[in-house]
Structures are given as C-alpha cells and as structure tokens.
Design a protein around this ligand. Sequence first.
Ligand code: PLP
Length: 359
Amino acid sequence: MFRSHNFSAGPSILPTEVLQKAQAELLDYKGTGSSIMELSHRGPEYIEVDAQATARLKSLMGLGDDFEVLFLQGGASTQFMMVPYNFLGEGKTANYLNTGTWSKKAIKEAKLFGKVHIGFSSEDENFGRVPANHEISHLEGAEYLHFTSNNTIFGTQYRSEPESNDIPLVCDASSDFLSREVDVKRYGMIYAGAQKNAGPAGVTIVIIRKDFLAKARTENVSTILSYPTHVGTMFNTPPVFGVYFFNLVLEWIENQGGIKAVEQANEAKAAHLYAEIDKDDFYRGTAHADSRSRMNVTFRLPSDDLEKQFVKEAAALHLDGLKGHRSVGGIRASIYNALPRASVDTLVDFMVAFRSKNG
Ligand SMILES: *Cc1c(COP(=O)(O)O)cnc(C)c1O
C-alpha cells in the first residue's frame, strides 16, 4: 500500500487505520447490507453514530452537560456569518482579534450584523504573530471575543486562550481542533470545519455553551441559520458520512491515549522541525518565535528559485503539499494529528540534505 507523506493544509491527511476501518465497513455497515450513507438519518444506526460522536467528543474534551454539540454544514465560513447573525444585532458589539486571512473574513461578516471592535490586529506586520494578553484592547459589554486559535496560512497559534475579561470566547479552531487541551470553561463557542484535523470536508463541529446559546436572537430569524434549531433534534439531514468518519477519528484519538497524548506527539513533531529551521539562516521561519504554530510550520528559503526546487525535489520523495499559501509564499508543512512522526523525520532528513547541497 502506498501512502504519501501528506503535508497538505486542508483537506489533509487522515489516519490510515481510520480510512481502513471506513473502507471495511463501506459496503455493509454492521450487517445492514447498506453503507452508512444509504441509511435513514432517523434510523437506529445513524442515531447511534451521532450519539457516540457527541459522547466521545464530550469525554475527550472534558465538556460537561453545560455544552451542546452540533454537526452542521457549510464549513467554518458559514460560522463566520452564523455567529454574528445569532449574537449581534442593533446596538450590539463584539470584539475580534485580527490575526490572519480567516479572522478578516469573520470580521467582514460580523460587520453585516452589528458593531465590531478590533481588539488587536497584526495585519500591518503581515500577520506574523498573535497578541500577548497586554496588547489586547477590551470592550466592556461585548457579546463575545472572537479569535482564530491557529492561523493556518501564516503559521501562527496562540499558546493558550487570550485574556477576555470574562467575556465569552468564540473560537475558530478549524486548524488546531483536537490537537491540544483547551480550557473549555472559558468558551461560549468553539467551531471547526472538520477537514483540517478531524475528518473529511462536509461537517462543521460546533460546541456551544448553554448559557451563551440562551442569548441567541430568536425573533425574525431564519430557521436553518438559528443555532437553537439544531439543538437536540436533527432539523434536516446531517452530513452523515462526515459525522460517521469524525466518530472514527475520535475513536482513533482515544486509542492514541487521548488529547494530551496527541498534544505531546504534536509538540515533539513541531520541535523537531523548528529545530532544523533554526539551525542557521538557510531556512527562515516566517512567524515570530513565540507565536509559532504546532500545526502549520511556515518558512522561507534564500530565494524563490530554491523554494521551487525544494518543493519539486521533495515531491519526488513523496513529501507532498509543501508549497506555501499563495498569499505568503515559501514553504508550509502542515503537521496535523494524523501526520506520522516518521513523515516529519523524513522531511527533516530531506531538509538537511537539501541545505548541504544548496546552502
Ligand atoms: C480552512 C479554514 C477555514 C475555512 O473553512 P471552510 O470549512 O472551508 O469554510 C476557516 N478558518 C480556518 C482557521 C481555517 O483553517
């Protein structure tokens, strides 16, 4: 069986064992003679999958009964709109931290529904870092403070939750979801498109605290766009395959020893890669050292030509998906949960050889 060293930023590598399990169950899900995609979402098989995914997620993240878990569609981009649609309105303001392309898109949507206070922006520094707590400007009475925990394109990540002065945090965690432990009680909401770290594209995981949910606007709202519609019942057909696969990924995380174990493996992978980047000035990390992401490692080489050559020679060794996002250039190695340590080792070995040949 051939599997590449897949450093794609998204959709991204999934655990081989999980793909194999899905493959084995594909044609005949638990003796039904149908795949999970061909069964009613109101039937016992899917209901069990949905309940198991919710229970596993709650247990892995330590979410108590004060949280609801929703499986929605439309990607994180739809959440950029749904969050302010539900929680802003006339006279209401939210605080947004502007740390990259995805934050900017979230801010653009929020401005359609209410007032936006920009509590921090690193835009004039090409989004090379996230704020230290003392740099955040707070707004009393804000409905929520929105931040992007990991900036997929610029390779930056908060070390821990930003200070919010007791205002509920709302987090776009699309590219570091389930990669490390989080302090759940500080959040009103966490949302993530599954396709970076949690499953296939098509399901968006939304975790929402009940007392925060209670503040959602309920008058003159579109039914499908209102969070309360999706609580407790399946209002419409959920992305059944996505939820099924997400459940298998959660089982895989349990088998790794839980989120803490996955976090330790992620830290070791990132440390190995950054150590190579920091050895001399042939490779140059683009993010400030204290803002570096453990998920998307971005770096430059001495010239554009060398970067092109790097990507090409790497691909010949099946080190794939290393070309940086078009807005930053350079190299980006996305090293999500499912990327094996051996793939990082292979990349680092290649980097050593490439430097000695071209440095
Ligand atoms: C990829 C990504 C998005 C966009 O997600 P979609 O599911 O494609 O809408 C949003 N935020 C972050 C941090 C991302 O990495």
